[in-house]
Design a protein around this ligand. Structure first.
Ligand SMILES: O=c1[nH]cnc2c1ncn2[C@@H]1O[C@H](CO)[C@@H](O)[C@H]1O
Ligand SMILES: [Zn+2]
Length: 379
């Protein structure tokens, strides 16, 4: 395409360096899925964890990506044993949290909600409160550093309960206890099949009774019934993935998934509810391919959902396991579906609108950071 070509999107070229300059918002990023490979190695040496599958950073990075590329959520989740094992002391958690903020800020992320499961970090004697405080301290270190470097980022935390376990009520209480210190919500994660959202109904009701936000991993490894429960019974604010909502959308045979508009599409009750209520979808394209939720980026329903005006957001899920960043996720989507800066801006504003911080703070980021940032790139 030449600059005179009317199909050339306006503004700077859509390459990775430019995309990394664009303000980005991530709502779905796991702390224990985003460690630097070199840090995993160093912490393993420090805490005496002998079971890492590789002993140099490059091989370890490759191992995580390949092992996570399993086509099964259960096998994908097995890789977390190694990251969780080295995140069992306050200093390790604080360091990992600080590096997480550094990496997100370096990628142009301006607002992040980072989640992890405090109950998985008690193996060496920390309490749930100590875990939360160590992570929050690391986030504050990172925010102060980024501010000093002229790359401000706001990082908030979601605490996750493991859905196969039985601590969700405690974790929901933890979220509420730390709501004024940077914990903005609650979530459940882990193996979805066999552990439906309603298994943790009490925890969600507790959050609602306390006017507190939550999201639910639903519609990833299990389909519509999980999404239905998350919305109709649990009253979730957002859907973690929610990608299988596509199962409730009928497309005419032979539909091109990269099209700019979709005619003759029929939505079922659940899909309509998700769209009518503007329930945000925390879509994580690369992760969805690795866990087998979708067969490939080309077959990802991201574009269908975006063009049908669902509240789609772009997320990393696990930067280590997927060898990804927000910029890479944007780039992959642009390559596949032909997006330009205006699309990226829309997905970013969608995410900011869906954040769990207060309305005035969201608006300030949209008006003062996101819109001016994209205006520069569009030129
Ligand atoms: O995409 C996902 N689906 C379900 N569970 C996940 C996903 N990514 C990570 N975790 C799980 O969440 C825990 C807390 O961060 C991780 O330890 C992992 O077991
Ligand atoms: Zn996730």
């Amino acid at each position: 395409m030449t600059p005179d070509d009317p199909t050339t999107p306006p503004g700077r070229p859509l390459d990775l360096p430019n995309i990394s300059l664009a303000p980005k918002v991530v709502l779905h990023d796991h702390l224990d899925g985003g460690l630097r490979p070199a840090t995993v190695l160093e912490l393993a040496r420090e805490v005496g964890y002998p079971d890492l599958p590789a002993d140099d950073a490059e091989s370890l990075a490759r191992w995580f990506r390949d092992a996570a590329d399993s086509g099964s959520l259960e096998r994908y989740l097995e890789t977390f044993a190694h990251t969780v094992a080295v995140m069992q002391t306050p200093s390790a958690l604080r360091r990992v949290a600080l590096e997480c903020v550094r990496d997100l800020a370096a990628d142009g992320v301006v607002y992040a909600e980072v989640r992890y499961a405090p109950e998985q970090h008690l193996a060496r004697g920390m309490t749930l409160d100590e875990v939360v405080e160590a992570v929050l301290a690391g986030f504050r270190d990172g925010e102060a550093e980024a501010e000093a470097q002229g790359r401000p980022i706001l990082v908030r935390c979601l605490v996750t309960a493991m859905r196969h376990a039985a601590r969700s009520q405690e974790i929901a209480e933890l979220a509420v206890r730390y709501r004024d210190d940077g914990v903005v919500g609650f979530d459940i994660a882990g193996a979805e099949a066999g552990n439906p959202p309603t298994r943790h109904l009490d925890a969600f009701e507790f959050m609602r009774a306390n006017n507190a936000h939550f999201t639910i991993h639903a519609g990833e490894a299990f389909g519509l019934p999980s999404i239905h429960e998350a919305i109709a019974f649990c009253g979730t604010d957002r859907l973690g993935h929610g990608v299988r909502v596509i199962d409730d959308i009928t497309l005419p045979p032979g539909t091109d998934l990269a099209a700019e508009s979709f005619d003759g599409v029929e939505l079922g009750q659940i899909a309509n509810m998700v769209r009518d209520k503007r329930i945000p979808l925390e879509l994580c394209p690369s992760s969805n391919v690795q866990t087998g939720a979708v067969a490939s980026i080309a077959e990802h329903p991201f574009n269908v959902l975006a063009r049908l005006r669902f509240r789609v957001t772009v997320n990393t899920d696990n930067r280590l396991m997927s060898d990804t960043t927000m910029s890479k996720e944007f780039y992959r989507l642009a390559q596949q579906f032909g997006y330009g800066w205006a699309d990226f801006e829309r997905f970013t504003v969608n995410a900011m609108k869906s954040a769990f911080i207060h309305f005035d703070e969201r608006l300030a980021l949209i008006d003062d950071v996101i819109k001016p940032g994209y205006a520069v790139l569009v030129g």
